[in-house]
Write a protein that binds this ligand. Structure first.
Ligand code: THU
Length: 163
């Protein structure tokens, strides 16, 4: 028996203003996407912005539904929009932020587990890491080098991808 330890390093910035301009701009676009959120049930409004390898940007926001599981997170709205409009173009970076109606989001907003799984698929598809920029309405910003970092032991079955 062996014990295996996973650890990872990530960058912590004290505020968005400390970021280099490409990261700061992508996070600002995620912030703008918050306004298109449809979140009458949670009143938690998430915005995401995806930058592709060719420089194009797609944004998304969480879209909730009365039938709760029918809704979708902001990250998947943004990444699926990018993938369906620009097939074949790798995803380079993803920024996420949120605002809540009833409290201040003062911590970086990490992607949920389903979004991690959905997005890591594009890292595997194109063989590149996606830079992840996590902000809140205020406070620190985290930058993580790759979605797989946030999803150790990723489900991945090569046989399923075979024709
Ligand atoms: N949400 C996202 O948009 N992204 C995440 O990664 C986690 C949660 C949304 C789903 C729901 O509309 C609201 O935030 C509260 O869970």
């Amino acid at each position: 028996m062996n014990t295996v330890t996973h650890s990872f390093a990530y960058q912590v910035y004290s505020s968005a203003s400390e970021l280099a301009s490409p990261d700061r701009e992508l996070l600002a676009l995620a912030g703008m996407a918050v306004s298109s959120s449809h979140a009458p049930y949670s009143r938690y409004h998430v915005g995401a912005a995806v930058k592709l390898a060719d420089g194009s940007v797609f944004t998304g926001s969480n879209q909730e539904n009365m039938a709760f599981p029918a809704g979708l997170c902001a990250e998947r709205v943004a990444v699926f929009a990018a993938a369906s409009n620009c097939p074949g173009v790798p995803v380079a970076a993803l920024a996420i932020t949120a605002m809540a109606d009833t409290f201040e989001v003062s911590e970086p907003v990490p992607p949920c587990g389903m979004c991690r799984q959905a997005i890591v698929e594009y890292e595997m598809k194109y063989g590149n890491k996606i830079r992840i920029i996590l902000g809140g309405h205020s406070g620190k910003v985290y930058v993580i080098d790759g979605m797989k970092t946030l999803l150790p032991l990723t489900f991945h079955e090569a046989e399923l991808a075979k024709k």
